[in-house]
Design a protein around this ligand. Structure first.
Ligand SMILES: [Zn+2]
Length: 137
């Protein structure tokens, strides 16, 4: 189900709680909402649809994936400065991102997964994980 995008900065600055198996429906709504914003949006965090749960949805180019309880377990020493926009905020802001990250998370079956991401995908994931921490760019 496509949900409305939250723009309340006070709400978005609250830290999200860990997702459980019962939150897979929230992850599905997040994927539906990401698909509805295909143009101009490459990732979403659950608090952006009003659910303060650690769930993110990311566009991988050819498909979207939902990551529940994503956690960066390793990252490259190298980072770079870039500018990012956000569907919940207006304008673009400068930020710093790691080139590659290794992330552990739960998939849509709530099974444990670990994967490496680099480049733009890694950037999106870092932006969305920040949302789970209540961090806005
Ligand atoms: Zn954002």
């Amino acid at each position: 189900m496509v949900r409305e995008i939250v723009k309340d900065v006070f709400f978005l600055q609250q830290k999200s709680v860990k997702a459980t198996k019962a939150d897979i429906a929230v992850a599905q709504d997040l994927l539906d909402t990401l698909a509805a914003h295909r143009e101009g949006c490459v990732g979403l965090a659950a608090n952006m649809i009003g659910e303060a749960k650690c769930i993110i949805a990311v566009n991988l180019g050819d498909r979207d994936v939902a990551l529940l309880n994503p956690e960066i377990v390793k990252h490259s020493a190298k980072s770079y400065k870039t500018t990012e926009g956000c569907l919940s905020l207006t304008g673009e802001r400068e930020t710093e991102r790691f080139e590659t990250i290794e992330v552990k998370y739960r998939d849509m079956n709530f099974a444990k997964q670990k994967a490496k991401f680099s480049g733009f995908t890694a950037q999106i994931i870092q932006h969305e994980i920040d949302h789970c921490q209540g961090i806005l760019i």
